[in-house]
Design a protein around this ligand. Structure first.
Ligand SMILES: Cc1cc2nc3c(=O)[nH]c(=O)nc-3n(C[C@H](O)[C@H](O)[C@H](O)COP(=O)(O)O)c2cc1C
Ligand code: SF4
Length: 549
């Protein structure tokens, strides 16, 4: 599609939009679909037609609005009225009220607090565009970054903006994206690849899934810009196989982008070409690790290999490969549209921009949020999350999934950024955020994550293969009342061993939940070992009661 045709399409879409007096947005991302929002959309379609409003009222399936625990969600424009949860029986009343006052009993109480502290860059289109219509994405400014880059910028100009933005990889390690792109661009090879890591295996994480289901073209556009910047002509999207809706929408988005000349040959009327294929994840957490992912795409077992050489120099089939996370790519179109300096204005000195978090656990408002780096944990948990249910006490927040740690209440006022979280023994990770109250047992939490690491260990290296089951057994013994002081010492030794000798990030970070719970909640371990009680009443011994040995 030539840039002029892109502008014509935007005009046509905007003209169609101007005819609508009202638009009814219905969330069709996985969370709301599981509460039958498809049936809800059908009911709205029928009702609008039955009332003779089809000419003036649009019914639109959109992506995630963030307030997942209030779904199925509906938003009415103009007015920005959020309703949720909405049932098919409410449809007629909502349509009748379009010109009148909002229906107070259906108003989503979470939506106001949810939106007040957020800053949306990655999720700017989520809940707004129809993920299955490329025209809707284009009319919202989509693909203008790609066409501008191709028409007016050299590959090094593009990389300069990404470097200036300060964007760091959102897949967990926080490696500077501009630096990675520079390395791949500098390699002399004529054959290079761009890979999007959409394996998302952390328990409690659904950020990438939501971006792919809600705004798939944004990720494709980011990948195409990256390919132009590093001179790659082929890309892969490695998507978790358990995400069928994301896969379906991505496949359609790729077909539509090819049809509009936005992927494939002669993109935007230039000589640049870039094709993308989807590869389904092999169903193992370790396949998200970049060298395993490469092996899996090549058709082999997804097992890590030592680095260096890094994929940027030696990746798919031995060629330089740029691997970035879904959210990292989703940040690229706005960076190119608005400039690297614009992006760098948000966030902290070393952590620029925003982060998408999936907030879950013992918190009133659960769902998907996007906040600027530098916001405090207290603001996330108490302002956006609405605090702890049933008036209970906050105990900890777990960040970074099985590679992360538990952060206690004393750090609630700490800013959320890569360095701060690392300084208290956790990691930002990919953005899963689990809130815990005084009904959570920290020994049990450590055991849960160790069980995950143990079962996901690929077995290639000895420390992780034998260390994770050992640690799991020790934690099990402690939680059953059979632990001794020596077990704590053994746990600490195993933590050190795994952190220093494992082959890949899974084993290197598997001890983190144990290290952080031992650091901040040692009294709970001691209660299990010395008093044979589980203070939270979760483990085999009941709260406050002794367990017979
Ligand atoms: C065990 C393990 C699992 C991982 N899973 C993912 C994943 O699901 N998605 C992801 O983007 N990165 C994952 N990573 C990190 C990737 O190896 C890699 O650092 C990342 O995709 C690079 O992209 P970024 O620079 O945009 O963050 C994982 C790492 C490890 C060690
Ligand atoms: S650390 Fe664990 S997952 Fe990684 S290679 Fe070793 S055994 Fe496999």
């Amino acid at each position: 599609m030539h840039p002029d045709e892109l502008l014509d399409l935007i005009d046509k879409e905007n003209e169609a939009r101007s005819r609508w007096k009202h638009t009814i947005h219905i969330c069709t991302a996985a969370g709301c679909l599981s509460c039958r929002s498809d049936a809800l959309k059908e009911a709205f379609d029928k009702e609008v037609a039955a009332k003779g409003l089809a000419e003036v009222c649009a019914v639109k399936g959109v992506g995630c609005m963030g307030t997942c625990n209030a779904g199925p969600m509906v938003r009415i424009e103009p007015g920005g009225i959020h309703y949720g949860p909405v049932a098919p029986e409410d449809v007629s009343e909502i349509v009748m009220s379009l010109d009148g006052d909002p229906i107070s009993r259906l108003l989503c109480k979470e939506s106001a607090v949810f939106s007040s502290r957020q800053h949306k860059i990655v999720l700017e289109n989520s809940g707004i565009v129809d993920p299955e219509r490329i025209e809707d994405y284009i009319a919202s400014g989509g693909y203008t970054a790609l066409s501008t880059a191709l028409a007016t910028m050299s590959p090094s100009d593009v990389i300069a903006h990404v470097v200036q933005s300060g964007l760091r990889g959102r897949g967990g390690a926080g490696y500077p994206t501009g630096l990675k792109w520079t390395t791949v661009a500098k390699t002399g090879s004529r054959r290079k690849y761009v890979v999007c890591n959409a394996d998302e295996g952390d328990p409690g994480a659904f950020m990438d899934r939501s971006v792919l289901e809600s705004d798939p073209h944004r990720v494709l556009e980011g990948m195409a810009i990256a390919a132009y910047a590093v001179s790659a002509f082929h890309g892969y999207l490695y998507v978790r196989a358990e995400y069928p809706l994301a896969i379906k929408r991505l496949a359609k988005a790729i077909r539509d982008a090819e049809r509009h000349g936005l992927l494939g040959n002669n993109i935007c009327g230039t000589t640049f070409k870039f094709g993308v294929q989807i590869r389904l994840g092999a169903g193992a957490f370790v396949c998200g690790e970049e060298t395993s992912l490469i092996s899996s795409i090549e058709g082999n077992r997804g097992a890590p290999r030592p680095r260096p050489p890094y994929p940027a120099e030696y990746g798919l089939w031995g060629h330089p490969t740029l691997i970035n996370n879904v959210e990292t790519f989703a940040n690229i179109p706005p960076i190119i549209r608005n400039g690297g300096a614009w992006f760098a204005k948000t966030g902290t000195e070393k952590s620029k921009g925003t982060k998408v978090f999936a907030i879950a656990g013992r918190v009133n408002n659960t769902g998907l949020i996007e906040v600027p780096f530098g916001i405090t944990l207290r603001e996330i948990v108490f302002d956006i999350g609405g605090g702890i249910p049933e008036g209970r006490n906050f105990k900890a927040v777990q960040t970074g999934g099985p590679s992360g740690g538990c952060i206690p209440a004393e750090f609630l006022d700490m800013p959320v950024d890569y360095e701060s979280l690392a300084s208290v023994g956790s990691i930002l990770g990919s953005g899963g955020l689990i809130v815990m109250d005084d009904t959570s047992c920290m020994v049990d939490v450590a055991k849960y994550f160790m069980e995950f690491s143990r079962s996901e260990s690929c077995g290639k290296c000895l420390p992780c293969r034998t260390g994770t089951p050992q640690m799991y057994h020790i934690l099990g013994r402690i939680s059953e009342g059979g632990g001794t002081r020596y077990d704590v010492q053994l746990l600490e030794e195993l933590c050190d061993l795994l952190k220093n000798t494992s082959l890949c990030g899974l084993g290197l970070s598997a001890p983190n939940p144990v290290v952080s719970t031992l650091r901040y909640f040692k009294d709970e371990y001691e209660a299990h070992i010395l008093d044979k009680t589980c203070p939270a009443g979760v483990c085999a011994m009941a709260s406050g009661r002794m367990v017979r040995q």
